[in-house]
Design a protein around this ligand. Structure first.
Ligand code: 0GY
Length: 305
C-alpha cells in the first residue's frame, strides 16, 4: 500500500464545529461536500494536484447530523481523479440521504454510468481550475455531457471568474442544466456591481438552465474569518455577492459546506459558523427554504418532489 503524505501546509478540517444558532429548515441539503479516502481504503489518484488528509463518509454524516442537515450531495474531489469509488460508496452507505456528482472520462462505459446512477449519481463535474486538473478537450466533455443527459443528469462546472468569457459558449452549448460552483469564483477585490460579477449575473439571466452554488465564503473572502472581525462580520465581503444571486435567482441557487475544505492554507472554517452565515445571504424563511430544500430536492431528488 502507498503511504500518502499530506501536501505541505495542508490544513485539516475543523474537528469540533460549533452548534449553529441558525436552524436549517427540515430536509435541508448540503449540496456541495466531498469525501477524501480514507486513503488506506480508497487511494488518491496518481494525477492529483494535492494530497489531503482523510475525511471519511462517516465523518461527513456526523457533520451533517451535527449541523442539523438532512442530506448530502457528495461531489467527486480532484484528488480522486476519475476513480469515484469513495464517493459512490458514501452514496450507497446513506441511501436516500446522499446523492453524488462524479468525474468521468470519455472511456466510461454505459454499464459504469448505469451503476453510478443506481448508487445515486445525478451529475458530472467539469473542472477548469488549472491548479486542480489537467486539460481535457472540450469535444470530449461535450460528448460526455450528451451521454449523461440520457440519464437525466446535469453538469457541475468549476472555473474562475476571469475565465467565464472564454468558457461561455461551451457552457451554453451543454445540453443539460449547468450548476456553477461557488458563484463562478468572483474576485472580491472587485465590486459586486462591477463588470466582472455583472457578467456572471448576465450569464444566469440569459440562460435559465444555469444554477449557482452560493458556497465557499471562506474560500472567496478577502476580509476574512470571524477571528478578525467578530462572528457577525465573518466573510462580510462575500455577503453582497451571494445576496444578489440568492435574491435575483431564488429558484436556481444551492448551498453547501464544501467540507472538508480542500486547499485552504490560511484559515479553516468552523462549519457551524458557515451554517450561521446562511441567514445573512438568504434573509427570509422563504428564501432559506428554496436554497436549502426545494431547489436541491428538485435537482437531486426530483422523484420526491
Ligand atoms: C472545492 C474547491 C476546491 C477543490 C476541489 O475537487 C477539488 O479538489 O473542488 C479548490 O481547491 O478550490 O469546491 O472543493
Amino acid at each position: 500500500m502507498t503511504d500518502f503524505v499530506k501536501t505541505p501546509g495542508w490544513l485539516d478540517w475543523f474537528a469540533e464545529p460549533s452548534t449553529p444558532r441558525f436552524k436549517p429548515p427540515p430536509g435541508s441539503v448540503d449540496a456541495h461536500c466531498h469525501v477524501f479516502g480514507p486513503a488506506a481504503e480508497y487511494p488518491f489518484a496518481p494525477e492529483r494536484k494535492y494530497t489531503p488528509c482523510d475525511a471519511s463518509r462517516l465523518q461527513l454524516f456526523a457533520l451533517r447530523d451535527h449541523l442539523g442537515l438532512a442530506r448530502n450531495v457528495i461531489v467527486q474531489a480532484t484528488c480522486h481523479g476519475a476513480d469515484n469509488r469513495a464517493m459512490l460508496d458514501a452514496c450507497r452507505a446513506a441511501p436516500g440521504r446522499s446523492r453524488g456528482v462524479a468525474t468521468v472520462r470519455r472511456s466510461v462505459s454505459d454499464n459504469e454510468l448505469q451503476a453510478m446512477h443506481e448508487a445515486g449519481v445525478r451529475g458530472v463535474r467539469f473542472n477548469f481550475v488549472k491548479r486542480l486538473v489537467d486539460f481535457t478537450p472540450k469535444a470530449e466533455l461535450l460528448e460526455i455531457s450528451h451521454r449523461i443527459q440520457a440519464l437525466g443528469w446535469h453538469v457541475v462546472v468549476y472555473f474562475e471568474a476571469v475565465d467565464l468569457p472564454e468558457l461561455w459558449d461551451f457552457f451554453t452549448a451543454l445540453p443539460t442544466a449547468v450548476v456553477v460552483d461557488h458563484m463562478g469564483r468572483p474576485d472580491l477585490s472587485l465590486p459586486p456591481d462591477g463588470p466582472q460579477f455583472a457578467l456572471f449575473e448576465r450569464f444566469m439571466h440569459q440562460h435559465p438552465k444555469v444554477w449557482s452554488k452560493v458556497s465557499c465564503p471562506e474560500r472567496l473572502s478577502l476580509s476574512g474569518p470571524p477571528a478578525l472581525h467578530g462572528e457577525q462580520a465573518a466573510y462580510r465581503d462575500v455577503v453582497p455577492f451571494a445576496r444578489r444571486i440568492v435574491e435575483t435567482f431564488p429558484e436556481r441557487v444551492l448551498w453547501g459546506t464544501d467540507w472538508p475544505h480542500p486547499n485552504l492554507r490560511h484559515h479553516m472554517p468552523d462549519d457551524g459558523l458557515l451554517v450561521d452565515f446562511i441567514p445573512r445571504i438568504a434573509r427570509t424563511p422563504a428564501l432559506q427554504q428554496q436554497l436549502l430544500v426545494d431547489n436541491p430536492m428538485r435537482l437531486y431528488w426530483p422523484e420526491e418532489c
